[in-house]
Ligand binder design. Sequence first.
Ligand code: UDX
Length: 428
Amino acid sequence: MKICVVGTGYVGLVTGVCMADLGNDVICVDIDEKKIANLNKNILPIYEPGLEELVKRNKARLTFTLDLKAAVKKSEIIFIAVGTPPRANGEADLSFVKEVAKQIGKSLNGYKVIVDKSTVPVGMGDLVESIIEDNSNNKFKFDVVSSPEFLKEGSAIQDFMNPDRIVIGAKKKDAAEKVAQIFKPLATKVIITDLRSAEMIKYASNSFLATKISFINEIANICEKVGADVETVANGMGIDRRIGKLFLNAGAGFGGSCFPKDVSALVNIARKEDYEPLILNAVIEVNKLQRKHVLGKIKKILGTIEGRQIGILGIAFKPNTDDIREAVALDIIAALLEKGCRIKAFDPVAMPNARKEVKGVTFVKDSYSAAENVECLVILTEWNEFRELDMKKIKGLMKNPAIVDGRNIYDPDKMKKLGFAYTGIGRN
Ligand code: UDX
């Protein structure tokens, strides 16, 4: 099939490259000249395991271009995968989606299916349809389809190739089935529904996962009070198939480009309809409190925070990505700097991004350098390499052997035996 993907951000690039791997001819379009020039030289704008190899392998079926008009004309199916960043009030900024819809409308030269991949408010499919209609002078037929993506950063290719389900929302079954054809090789469950339900499935899924995280973090905080261990509690809960084991890791809270944005956007969607979403509000509130909770732990373990020397392990919002958007580390570092702390920080992959965003921190070359002469080491991302550190060496390097483990990667008993003042989340 001849496919065009507009937007070479996370979703667009991974989706485009993976669809090329399934045998389609894919034209990826972006307005960022540098990005397109780099992609044409095999330089990727993001770090995602396996993506670079996939781009190289499918070079013959992949084109990167700035020319949206020509790309639309050559394609049967056009994916919109541009950003919907949050505005200050939590609402999604839809200007990029609207602009792309306008351009698509102006470029139509025959029947096309336009697929919304960006996470957009419920009802956006209808708006995209009317924008395209207005800009194409009703000369050509088209259908708008919504097919939300569920990719996780760090395992996006694996997620694309082995999805739990594909959701396709459309007014006409034919259009939905045309899109479903692309995913046929994946032999997965395809849910065909109306536009609005498809859009809502995306928000509801992400909000539910965020709820699971805030829920287990609240349970962790109660565990600390009553002397229980949240890891054991989560395991005991997760074995019940109605609950499920995944997304029950207590810690410093969720970050990233999706959960914070999507939960806030759903709150806004509900409020516009005069519905106050109590659970969603609490999910956001608990997530904010969890960051404060980690700061409280640093204070408790050191007595005072002011002017202390702190080592930070992990800046990315989660392991296996260089993405630091809404990362817990950003808030913790800002709060510590405000208290006059001197900070050394290390992340295996996210340091180039962190250097651009975070000032006043000494970025060091490895975990051991982050531990050198500090009074407390704070773990904020559960990178595997942090699990396997020589903790005796770490202890020897630190000025004061204290660890605040914001991701519960160490065994509390082992740490205490080694002589650390250790505290995790929801464990005693
Ligand atoms: C998420 C959704 O999982 C994905 O389906 C959607 O398409 C995009 O948003 P992503 O943001 O890449 O994906 O990361 P994810 O692995 O879901 O983690 C999100 C955040 O939750 C991270 O900050 C992570 O550390 C945190 N998290 C996750 C927890 O704190 N505990 C958990 O048990 C799981």
